[in-house]
Design a protein around this ligand. Structure first.
Ligand SMILES: *Cc1c(COP(=O)(O)O)cnc(C)c1O
Length: 354
């Protein structure tokens, strides 16, 4: 158990109107902060007013990018309860990321306690309207003032939060995806399965290239042969081909999404045929040609389900399911969002009350 020191703000901010909510632009009144030092371990847990932090310009995170982050949401339940969705998965993943980039492990119960404490103190910031939530961003940065390359001896763990609006304002619109053949996101043995900022820095260029061409996101191919599908933008990806649902298996360069895992477990519970295996972009195009590519969708905390309506691979454009959301995608979306808000009875034990 952490003994969290709490300093409440005496200048609460104006909360944005629900219809004005933009992802990641407005932060709640407080933040959680905890320090790490070799002799003391993680210590000094506190909740303070949301504010800038002071770091030395030589802090290691600025130079070699030793940092990790997580992304999860708190929902205002239909009965007024505040619910987290499978937070233990994000916490488990935090320590996997930490291990990969040599950040010290964090106690799982302590991390959950920190998240719950921040959500509780800022619970009035959780919007009520359908589809809205409080986005929670835990992260850790290396803070040693040192320019040599080695793991830092000091770190800061922080949790900040922002109210987010409905991802889909006018129904679920399928997105146009650019299949990237020049740049790659991750390679075997690299950090693709770690949730670390460097993966995003490495992906921005391809993202800009896709945007310029009128596409929302890129579809990443594997970094070695550039033929196996890995992810879509910052989401995992699923294909429904001839009644079977296929998602790329976790080979080390793919981020193991909590939503991905939830979709697989749901599909299994429904008795659907779901397989995790490597799948090439050619196989997808062949399935389309054969008329058996039924649905394509991305999965992630932000959108839950994001149907793909169009793919462009080397100038060859295909339209999927008439550019409409598929029946299965819709059913998965309705079920997961229903579970998250408590509108559907949680038989999986996925929700955790704050
Ligand atoms: C976070 C993330 C995902 C989705 O993970 P969820 O836990 O479902 O939100 C997928 N791909 C990448 C690269 C990510 O960073």
């Amino acid at each position: 158990m952490l003994n969290i020191q709490i300093e409440k703000t005496n200048q609460p901010k104006q909360k944005p109107e629900p219809e004005e909510l933009v992802f990641g632009a407005v932060f709640t009144d407080h933040m959680f902060v905890m320090d790490y030092e070799i002799s003391q371990g993680w210590h000094n847990p506190k909740i303070v007013p949301y504010q800038p932090i002071t770091l030395e310009p030589s802090a290691m995170v600025f130079h070699y990018g030793q940092e990790m982050f997580e992304g999860m949401k708190a929902y205002k339940g239909v009965d007024g309860r505040v619910l987290l969705f499978r937070p233990e998965k994000n916490i488990e993943r935090t320590n996997k990321t930490n291990d990969r980039i040599c950040i010290p492990q964090i106690d799982e119960d302590d991390m959950l306690q920190a998240i719950k404490a921040l959500v509780d103190i800022d619970k009035d910031w959780i919007p009520n309207a359908g589809g809205t939530a409080l986005y929670i961003r835990p992260f850790i940065i290396a803070t040693d003032p040192y320019l040599g390359v080695r793991p830092s001896n000091t770190y800061k763990f922080m949790v900040i939060a922002c109210p987010v609006g409905a991802y889909y304002k006018e129904g679920i619109n399928p997105v146009k995806i650019w299949v990237e053949t020049e740049y790659v996101r991750a390679v075997p043995g690299g950090v693709g399965e770690a949730k670390t900022g460097g993966n995003y820095a490495a992906s921005i260029k391809a993202q800009m290239k896709a945007k310029e061409r009128g596409y929302t996101q890129v579809l990443w191919l594997d970094g070695v042969e550039r033929k196996y599908v890995e992810e879509v933008g910052t989401m995992n990806v699923f294909f429904k081909i001839n009644g079977e649902i296929i998602t790329p298996e976790l080979t080390g360069s793919i981020l193991a999404g909590v939503t991905r895992n939830s979709v697989i477990e749901l599909l299994n519970a429904w008795g659907e045929r779901v397989v995790e295996r490597r799948i090439t972009i050619d196989e997808i195009y062949e399935a389309h040609k054969a008329g058996i590519l039924e649905e394509v969708f991305g999965t992630g905390t932000a959108a839950v389900i994001s149907p793909v309506g169009e793919l462009n691979y080397r100038g060859d454009m295909i339209t999927i399911n008439n550019n409409e959301i598929g029946a299965l995608s819709q059913k998965i979306y309705d079920t997961i969002t229903g579970l998250q808000t408590g509108a559907i009875k949680d038989e999986f034990g996925w929700t955790v009350e704050v």
